[in-house]
Unconditional design. Sequence first.
Length: 488
Amino acid sequence: MAKPAYKFQMYKRLQVNIPKIYADAKKAAETLNMPAELKGAIGLTGAISGCPSPLREDIEKAMAVESRKVVPLTVYVDQIREIVKDVYGDEYDAAPVNTCEGGLWVSFDTLMTPPAMGRGDNYRTRYIIPYERHLHHQGGYGRPYPPKYKDILADRGSTAGELGFYGKRQNNFDTVIVPLPGASYPVHGIKYHPVPLMKNVDVKASVAALRDAAKQHELLLGGFASLGYDTPGYGYGQKDANGTPLLLKGIGELAQSYNVPYVIDNAWGIPFIGTSVKHVGADAMVFSMDKASGSPTSALIIGKEEALVPIRRALGYHGARWGTGSSYGKAAYVTMDPGKEGLSGQVAALKVLRDKPEILKKPVDDLYKIVTEEFGKIDSRIRPFFKFAKSYNSGTVEVNYEDSWTDGKLGIPIFSIEDMYSGSNLFQDGMSQMGIIPTIAYDANFFISPGLGTTDEHGQLIESRARMVIRGLVMLVEIVCEHSGIFE
């Protein structure tokens, strides 16, 4: 097969070679000497909703104790509020929910979307987001503006229609998508689609671009939203002395200047040791507590009290409803109640994060050492292109390889998020062929974290297992690069 001269040719070549790539991946996996009981039960992250980490022993025991008690759920909710106020102060509050997407949904609906009741015609509102990764989450609640982005989600997910991602869109609500200076949005992947490459975001110019967009849409402006991550591959590598991403602070200041809310999707984030809602100046930050925080399946909204009042009202938490075993009301979003197990587990996890954060930080430190050592052994022709970042916010190690495409030559293959959803991301599906549960591996980025068969019952890293799965990823990257033709 001729050496590819253009990107699309390289990805067509990879598509043709998928059977060979998977065969080579399976053969390489044999050299890992993976015990049979671990195949398909160990992975590169325990922070994916489809396959979360097992609970730590301390969380499991705390939940077991609470399960045998008769406790009104409001007791747990108030305990969560108290812990959050211990860390952020009395002007902040919390609202637990069942999922992060549920938390985003209720936050957008209560804080940004136009009212549905009242006389006269409904008005429209718009919220502004950076053109960044994972747009179907923080950017999926309004219709895209400008219109050139109307197909930006393509056929993402099992369905993109009325019962899929598009069905989240709120009435009379638009999403203004703003490309960031310094970032680039080239087309890549077997499922050929634009990918946001964010490592070189110019923060000052980006805040100016967002300010210009706000000025353009100020008569309809209802708020701002973004991710809450803190790594270079997500565009948030530049930070202040507190470790707060400068881009997030800049958006927070913009929102305050327009007196509109700022909602942050920090799904793969950890309260207290990660990005601070207080330092950013956001109104609400939403966490998926089962991803990296050590909690059972549930989520948590942390934010300013003013913003949390309508959110808690929408969830049915605000105020007592006597005469029943619960004080929960039947509000608009009562379906997002996390239940007793989720609440009691959150209380236990948040206490650890407040009092013993090293339990979650140490595995990240240990993992960073292993990742950098194992990627230091990768093929010398691509070794210089990998950049590493440690994130306590997400409990991860980020591996970024955008720089492999900066010299005008074909670089390490980049797969789009559409590849992930259509089953053509070779870095993710290839790991599955090796008996390793994959992690997020699109947009020239790997997010690797402990927890899925790589930690003990106390949440601490098992070095031999962590090295094994990371070595598997390194071998797969070499295999995919070999079949792509970039070494020819």
